[in-house]
Design a protein around this ligand. Sequence first.
Ligand code: SAM
Length: 316
Amino acid sequence: MDEPSTMDDGSGQHGNRHPVHRPVLLREVLMVLELREGLVVVDGTVGAGGHARAIVPHIGPGGVLVGLDRDSEILVPARAALAEVEAAGAGVRVSLHHLAHSQMHESLAAIGQSRCDRVLLDLGVSSMQLDRAERGFSFMADGPLDMRMDSSAPESAADWLASVGEQELADTIFQLGEERYSRRIARAITAERRRRPIVRTGQLADLVTAALPGAARHGRIHPATRTVQAIRMKVNDELGELERGLQAAVACLRPGGRLAVISFHSLEDRIVKHFLRAHCEVVTKKPITGSPDELRDNPRARSAKLRCGIVREEVA
Ligand SMILES: C[S@@+](CC[C@H](N)C(=O)[O-])C[C@H]1O[C@@H](n2cnc3c(N)ncnc32)[C@H](O)[C@@H]1O
């Protein structure tokens, strides 16, 4: 399952909130990427710059780190984090762009590069996004029902919930949220919106909780976790973006270049697995998961799966 939208620890479990974003599977990512000096690396989901910061020292001098994120707000801390490592004198050029990973060719063209050597995608939302109630990803702190990763995108979660048909809503909650009570929840949402618009995260969370049978309200994760995840994935077209991002990555990578993807949802992992088999020599026969220590310390890592492939040499 994906990392759910909670305010506590990003795991969807009721527990302590962790204030610092910890890059998931960092050691494993560095291992499969096989970095060396002079490489051009695209971090297609740069977020707060956790992985990127760790990559930079391995590609200097002469390397280039291109970081992309759909969320312009998150590029502010990323810029600060990467300015520090740049200043530390690794001799690496860092270039950050407010773009989706499916647009990575534009970011490379903007810095005069046509191809790259490594691509990393760490999917989903970051804990920084979850922690900002006004972005509407969280239901533990009430906020506007937004959930757009790119705030300039036309449709928020509230807009989508106002117009989607009940059947499509139920199917989305079932498929993207893997929520067995999807029909009851869809019925409750469409009934509620006839009374008043659904515009707050707290309102949605209460509505979903009330729609569930008693026993389902007291599980390991918050009862609205799966529904909120499904709505977020739909509003941001996360599976469509993943398909387009993978295509863009193999188009931009030089033959012999490496593509590493961390996913959190079984549907994402399936897409990545099939894509790598079709387009790459697969490095990770089985997905890499977190070490026992990481799984204990970082709840977000519990559903993370890392896969990596090498882009095949072009046949003349
Ligand atoms: C899990 S966080 C990445 C964290 C980052 N690896 C780090 O260590 O700080 C995922 C990030 O990807 C961004 N994102 C999600 N889908 C994207 C897409 N299609 N294109 C670009 N960025 C995307 C989100 O806005 C979020 O900031």
